[in-house]
Design a protein around this ligand. Structure first.
Ligand code: PLP
Length: 400
């Protein structure tokens, strides 16, 4: 017998995957150019040249055995030192290499961090809309995910609900800014308010409440918007970073967890991170890519393509009458469905070969996520279909 819980997780395809598969089938029927697939968050900007150069240098100049060898479980010490130095230069901090844990992307950073601080009977809070996998990671640690309903006017934080839901069992709070799926960046006002509230609750309950920051989109912001760095506001922050989106290397699976100096019992928390990594089998992140990213710190893919896409799509959709919060980061638009049921709206959009994802799985029904990390040409070609779809809702649907 297999574990029923794991069987269910493994056999139920995600809605995003369903839509993606539909897109592939449809492309075979009518040609890929006529299918407007906005379902996946796969970066469309190529990785910068420096990634290729770093790999070539490593493969041609380094010893051919050691370049592929295991590193320490927590990652290569020189790589971790380079990341700590980079962060310290950026934020004026004194983070330490021996408090960094290299991981296979943000998914592993999150799983490890959650497991390190929460277990059976504990609660972990997330704000809707949230990355769908949070529930899986939290439940795999034996804890329960508690969801704060969305603040639909601007998708910042609904503090009254947050205060109502936080309690003695809350061990951690997950935040993701810039956000998938809304594209919203938390303002400094939101960050300060959240951190002050958490400090007060830590005092009240007499134990740490860890803020786990999910940051794969940290650098993907527009209009010069500032992304407050949570550890500068709240000591008990675990930073979960990934190079998947900023360097356009999602398939290479590389990121880290940072236990910042200043965290209460930092050595103990770091040991728990190492323990969770061990328990989950997330030891020694890919050596070649650890070493490659150490040579590319501070680099990103050409992110300007996403800004152009954002501007093009946002302006067009507003013109056609769609409602959408202005996204200042990541590469998603979170658009209000033109009918109450976002699934029905997505099905209607599919008739125009427009593919996007209902907000239900992100904990926010009535909206759809449109990933605009696609070639600009696809967006341009799709605009008449978006316009026709809006028109259809205004004027009524032709009988099939
Ligand atoms: N968190 C968020 C908000 C994401 O959007 C993603 C990927 O899309 C992840 C985590 C997982 O990132 P990674 O591919 O680095 O594991």
């Amino acid at each position: 017998m297999v574990s029923q819980k794991m069987y269910e997780l493994g056999s139920k395809r995600s809605v995003i995957r369903e839509i993606f598969e539909f897109g592939k089938k449809r492309a075979a029927e009518i040609g890929a150019d006529n299918v407007y697939d906005f379902s996946l968050g796969n970066p469309s900007a190529p990785a910068p040249e420096s990634v290729k150069q770093a790999l070539l240098d490593l493969l041609t100049q380094e010893d051919s055995v050691s370049v592929h060898s295991y590193t320490s479980a927590q990652g290569d010490p020189e790589v971790r030192q380079a990341i700590a130095d980079y962060l310290n230069g950026l934020y004026g901090t004194d983070y330490r290499a021996d408090r960094l844990y290299m991981t296979v992307g943000a998914a592993a950073s999150l799983s490890v961090s959650i497991k390190a601080v929460a277990g059976t009977g504990d609660e972990v809070i997330a704000f809707a809309p949230f990355f769908t996998e949070y529930k899986v990671f939290v439940e795999a640690a034996g804890a329960s995910l508690v969801v704060v309903p969305p603040k639909r006017d601007d998708f910042q934080i609904e503090f009254a609900d947050f205060e109502r839901l936080i309690n003695e069992k809350t061990k951690a709070v997950l935040v993701n800014s810039p956000n998938n799926p809304t594209g919203v960046v938390y303002s400094e006002e939101t960050v300060v308010k959240l951190c002050e509230l958490l400090k007060a609750k830590e005092q009240e309950y007499g134990h740490a409440i860890y803020l786990i920051t999910d940051e794969p989109y940290r650098e993907i912001v527009y209009d010069g918007v500032d992304v407050p760095f949570f550890p500068l506001y709240y000591a008990n922050t675990l930073v979960c970073y990934s190079y998947s989106k900023s360097l356009s290397v999602p398939g290479e699976r590389i990121g880290y967890v940072l236990v910042p100096n200043g965290m209460e019992d930092a050595d103990k928390v770091y040991a728990a991170i190492c323990g969770a990594g061990r328990a989950l089998g997330y030891v020694c992140a890919p050596s070649l890519f650890q070493k490659a990213i150490a040579k590319c710190l501070g680099e990103t893919a050409d992110l300007s393509v996403y800004k152009e896409n954002r501007d093009l799509l946002y302006q067009a959709l507003k013109e056609y009458g769609y409602e959408c919060v202005y996204p200042q980061g990541a590469f998603y638009l979170f658009v209000k469905a033109l009918e109450e049921d976002a699934n029905a709206f997505c099905a209607r959009a599919q008739k125009h070969d427009l593919l996007f994802v209902p907000g239900d799985d992100f904990g926010c029904p009535g909206y759809v996520r449109i990933s605009y990390c696609v070639p600009a040409e696809r967006i341009r070609r799709s605009l008449p279909a978006f316009e026709r779809l809006a028109e259809e809702y205004r004027t009524g649907f032709a009988q099939a």
